[in-house]
Design a protein around this ligand. Structure first.
Ligand code: ADP
Ligand code: MG
Length: 283
């Protein structure tokens, strides 16, 4: 039988907007040594806004029309920003998401690529070196293997993120941030928030690798916190998988062990606190 204290813990968590799928995760989270977090949507708002448009050998309206027509088929937070900025008025014949890189599509018999510089590199497309100097998130467009320009988009750090990291530090828990977004941007945010270590420019399998490296140390108990978009493999691999916010995909909610129903990352330390308090009652 399950000791009564666990019900108390699960109840206390649920009153705080934290759903534990089973009582053994209360035990595990109490002993967490490292909390690994996704950047976009977890520590940042996940709401991007277009800041700047730079075109090359194409009119701005045609550039934005093609870019938006491709992005309107993606649910990525980056794509949402672009399709809100400009109407999509062309219909792609085929469309394919390239995980961690962007989108490949065909419009009017032309091959369209929209994504990061890694995407262009993988198709051997040259682009101006100034692009590598931009710290902010960018989406680059290529038509028939020719570079056509880029948009700069920006997201904001959540107000609650600073408290979230501070609380974890006070609880003696190490923090790590992983992102598929630019490394320079990832490092800036990590520094600003006081996160112990951060890695950007990762493909989904790169995130898995970072988590596996941690888990290879038998002393580590690792929690991963993500908003669910592309996060299912790391959620599954972690000792405690935590899905955040109402934005979380169905897959994430299925795969996660704990669900934080608000968009507040400070609930991570709340969950740890409740886990610890529950253990004291149970043992
Ligand atoms: P993260 O959630 O950490 O940002 P993702 O794997 O979702 O990681 O995305 C990694 C990167 O891939 C993005 O920062 C972006 O550069 C590129 N990307 C992914 N999807 C799109 C898209 N629909 N349009 C443009 N770029 C994209
Ligand atoms: Mg993501």
């Amino acid at each position: 039988s399950i000791p009564l204290g666990y019900f108390g813990g699960i109840g206390a968590a649920s009153r705080n907007g934290i759903l534990f799928k089973s009582s053994n995760f209360l035990d595990l989270i109490a002993n967490v040594t490292t909390v690994v977090m996704d950047k976009t949507g977890t520590l940042t708002k996940g709401v991007f806004k277009v800041q700047k448009v730079v075109t090359n050998d194409i009119s701005e309206s045609e550039f934005l029309s093609i870019l938006s027509s491709v992005e309107s088929h993606s649910t990525h937070p980056i794509a949402k920003a672009i399709s809100q900025f400009h109407p999509s008025d062309q219909t792609p014949k085929s469309i394919e998401e390239i995980s961690g890189k962007g989108i490949k599509a065909v419009i009017n018999q032309k091959q369209i690529l929209a994504g990061n510089t890694q995407l262009l590199k993988s198709f051997d497309i040259n682009y101006p070196s100034e692009l590598d100097q931009i710290v902010e998130t960018t989406v680059v467009l290529a038509i028939d293997n020719h570079y056509k320009g880029y948009v700069v988009i920006s997201d904001e750090v959540k107000e609650d993120s600073e408290l979230a990291i501070k609380n974890l530090k006070n609880a003696g828990v190490k923090t790590m941030m992983l992102s598929g977004d630019k490394d320079a941007l990832t490092q800036n945010i990590a520094k600003k928030l006081g996160i112990d270590s951060a890695f950007g420019g990762l493909l989904p399998e790169g995130k898995v690798e970072k988590l596996q490296n941690l888990k290879n140390n038998p002393k580590e108990i690792v929690a991963f916190v993500g908003d669910g978009i592309n996060d299912a493999p790391v959620l599954a691999l972690s000792d405690v998988g935590i899905a955040m916010g109402g934005l979380g995909s169905d897959v994430a909610i299925e795969t996660a062990d704990v669900i934080i129903q608000t968009d507040q990352p400070s609930k991570i330390s709340t969950a740890i606190k409740i886990g610890k308090a529950t253990k004291k009652i149970v043992y």
